[in-house]
Design a protein around this ligand. Structure first.
Ligand code: NCD
Length: 302
């Protein structure tokens, strides 16, 4: 039997893969408008989530249902054998025997990769601790491609917030780095700045969200302070209100500029921003369904 195709890191995609996945996502979005495309009838998605999730799990499940498949879901770790000390290697062998594809969210960096090693079926990394969140990055990229000609024209993207522990930032930065003409700013206090492993020579680090950064950013990507991942709670309390997007700040974006955020927000975007044309985060979350339909279809060879 051939090795299953896993989705573990943004590193695994080249530009041709991204083009194909973006085009497939657009097809899936059209199919969704007609209720879906039942190409995965008779197949099962297992969802193993060892950390809280709303959008990622439910959009994976919706995606499988819209593809005509079914789901089995482990949503609360307190009901799972993990509390009895079962290791992920055992769990994935079993769930991978029940299901045809498994979406997994784990508490530790590298755990999705570990699970994939023991899985008989494709594993989709829905977030591994402070590591990566590649399927979120693909839906972020899909959202960006709907508003900007990425790779065709210069694009400035500024990541703002918890860039150290924010796994969606890590994966999206890797995807964006592949495109010609993308400039990246990382805006964060030093304790939560982007780890060096994700930084390119052409990127800029800032500690403050200046008017200059705001007015030169086609895309601002805000993030939540990842409270649960801070080693020192004092650090968290120092930075927790570092950035709060108000309508006045969002007005400073250039014409056509967009504010993205993976959600959930924890106070960093005021609700008064929601009705502004720059607010793109709800649309972004909805894009999770067609993009995850495309990914499930891809790994199942449909
Ligand atoms: C993010 C995550 O879990 O990494 N949420 C998501 O999947 N949309 C962001 C976060 O938790 O802050």
């Amino acid at each position: 039997m051939s090795e299953p195709l896993h989705i573990l890191s943004a590193d695994q995609f080249d530009l041709a893969d991204l083009d194909r996945l973006m085009a497939r996502s657009a097809e899936m979005e059209k199919a969704l408008a007609a209720g879906g495309d039942p190409i995965c009838q008779g197949q099962i998605l297992g969802a193993l989530f060892y950390e809280p999730s709303t959008r990622t799990r439910l959009s994976f499940e919706t995606a499988m249902i819209r593809l005509g498949g079914q789901i089995i879901s482990e949503t609360d770790v307190t009901f799972s054998s993990a509390v009895k000390g079962e290791v992920i290697e055992d769990t994935i062998r079993i769930v991978g025997g029940y299901a045809d594809v498994v979406a997994i969210r784990t508490q530790h960096k590298g755990e999705a990769k570990l699970a994939a090693h023991y899985s008989p079926v494709p594993v989709l990394n829905g977030g591994d601790g402070a590591g990566e969140h590649p399927t979120q990055a693909l839906l972020d990229l899909y959202t960006i491609t709907k508003h900007f000609e990425i790779g065709q024209r210069p694009l400035t993207v500024s990541f703002v917030g918890d860039l150290r522990y924010g796994r969606t930032v890590h994966s999206l930065a890797k995807l964006l780095s592949q495109f010609e003409g993308v400039k990246i700013n990382y805006v964060a206090p030093e304790v939560i700045q982007i780890p060096d492993e994700y930084l390119r020579d052409s990127d800029e680090k800032h500690h403050e969200l200046s008017d200059e950064v705001l007015s030169s950013s086609d895309v601002i990507y805000g993030t939540r302070m990842q409270k649960e991942r801070f080693e020192d709670m004092e650090d968290f309390h120092k930075v927790k209100h570092a950035f709060v997007f108000s309508p006045e700040m969002v007005e400073k974006l250039p014409e056509g500029g967009k504010l993205l955020h993976p959600l959930p927000r924890a106070g960093e975007i005021l609700q008064a921003v929601d009705s502004m044309p720059q607010a793109c985060y709800f649309e972004q979350a909805l894009n999770g369904v067609p993009v995850r339909m495309a990914l499930i279809a891809e790994v199942l060879g449909k």
